[in-house]
Design a protein around this ligand. Structure first.
Ligand code: PLP
Length: 442
């Protein structure tokens, strides 16, 4: 299997090369040259997500340096639960759909959000790819909060890798601060005296500094990396398998979306033949996708801050993969649907979570649940009402300051977050310049 740039199909690379490069030199994103074709019964066998990952991803790593390690890489990535749980309740108007609606919980990893899965797979791959080199790879990340924590947790103690995380000091939540700063050993965290844009600028300057980039063996782990996207296909294949076993009907999915990585993974899985019906994107007040589907013209928008802030994206990086897959607008419109959810609706959904749905939702999941409510009990594809899996991307305790006042009680921290609170803070504060970063690391 080869990977091509969305901007030039003559530029063909192996999976490992695409993973280390991150972004193609022409500015495009790497995509698989073609999709392997599975038959429906290919997923009838294994039930465990590690085995499903191994089967699904094997053709994507065929002929690659990492091919022989895939099974171990999958074991390392999926060393926490992914669960498909039925909803206890639905609002009265939807009660007839309750047995046919499930929640796909992707938040049982180290930082209690779905980015743990992509980051874990990337770390397991990069650590192996660099095992023969003299200089460890240094993964440099700028974060506004969540991504840096997921990368630090995934890369901590992985051999042949160092991680440097830059975050805007004082501008992340107390829990995020803990998630970023509790690492020692191969992870170094710096609170930058500035804003997120300063952190991003420092990263750009570091990559533009050829001598330092080479000396440090710098690489990036950002969300456009194909090594983060492909493993995310796995939980769609697993959820499809589990739902089919329980109900004998393939599910449709609702995915809370921002940069569109999670949704592309679902679409890629469906392209490979995984039994998946409709793919619906739930988006917050940010409008790039809705505008694009409505008008057929793509343009970026200024980012609007919302309660579901990990989805506050005005110019989604994976849009280029989406348009590359379906350049024809009429086709694209048949393949995905988008439902826009404003903050008032997110707030109302969180508030009604315990009474109407028997669940406490974080703001991102609440966005997808609100979309589920909008769809109603309609019959879209034969079975009435249709079967839906709503993707839950974060644990509500991560967003306690939003969730707790709305539901009027505290949300218990999951064990993996609770244990962070007792850990020391290893982060250091630096000025917002590359010179300051260099001297802190020397
Ligand atoms: C990143 C994130 C999203 C959005 O995922 P994309 O792949 O960027 O569309 C949704 N929910 C949570 C909790 C996230 O952290």
């Amino acid at each position: 299997m080869k990977y091509i740039s969305t901007r030039n199909s003559d530029h063909r690379l192996s999976f490992s090369e695409a993973l280390i490069h991150g972004l193609a030199a022409d500015g495009g994103l790497y995509v698989p040259e073609q999709f392997p074709q599975f038959a429906k019964h290919d997923f009838d066998g294994p039930n465990h997500i590690r085995q499903i990952a191994n089967n699904l991803l094997a053709p994507f790593l065929q002929g690659d340096a990492l091919e022989a390690s895939l099974s171990q890489i999958c074991d390392e990535t999926f060393d926490f639960d992914v669960k498909l749980v039925g909803l206890e309740k639905m609002p009265p108007a939807l009660a007839i759909a309750q047995a046919k609606t499930a929640l796909l919980e992707l938040f049982h990893g180290p930082t209690a959000a779905f980015k743990d899965i992509g980051a874990g797979f990337l770390a397991a791959c990069m650590s192996r790819l660099n095992s023969q080199a003299d200089t460890p790879l240094t993964v440099l990340v700028a974060t506004s909060g969540d991504t840096g924590g997921a990368v630090a947790a995934a890369f901590h103690n992985k051999p042949n890798l160092n991680v440097v995380v830059l975050y805007p000091e004082g501008k992340v939540s107390p829990l995020q601060q803990k998630q970023l700063s509790c690492w020692d050993g191969n992870v170094r965290t710096f609170g930058v005296r500035g804003v997120f844009d300063d952190c991003q600028r420092m990263v750009k300057e570091a990559f533009a500094d050829d001598a330092w980039r080479t000396a440090m063996n710098l690489t990036s782990a950002n969300s456009i990396n194909i090594g983060r996207l492909l493993p995310q296909m796995t939980y769609y294949a697993a959820a499809s398998r589990w739902h089919l076993r329980r109900h004998g009907v393939m599910p449709n999915f609702i995915i809370p979306s921002g940069n569109l990585g999670n949704m592309m993974a679902c679409v890629y899985a469906r392209e490979c033949g995984v039994p998946i019906g409709e793919v619906v994107l739930a988006v917050n007040a940010n409008r790039p996708v809705t505008h694009f589907l409505a008008t057929g013209e793509y343009r970026g928008f200024e980012t609007v801050p919302t309660l579901a802030n990990a989805m506050d994206v005005g110019d989604p990086s994976n849009m280029e993969r989406l348009r590359h897959l379906w350049p024809d607008m009429a086709t694209l419109r048949k393949k995905i649907r988008v439902i826009q959810v404003d903050d008032a609706s997110i707030r109302a959904t969180i508030k009604a979570g315990p009474s109407d749905w028997g669940q406490v939702f974080d703001p991102h999941t609440a966005c997808a649940i609100a979309a589920r409510a909008q769809i109603g009990a309609e019959n879209t594809h034969g079975a009435s009402p249709a079967h839906w899996v709503v993707v839950s991307t974060a644990h509500p305790a991560k967003f306690d300051t939003i969730v707790e006042p709305l539901i009027g009680r505290t949300v218990e921290l999951p064990a993996q977050l609770a244990q962070l609170l007792d850990k020391p803070d290893y982060s250091r504060t630096i000025d917002p310049t590359l010179a300051a970063l260099k001297s802190a690391l020397s």
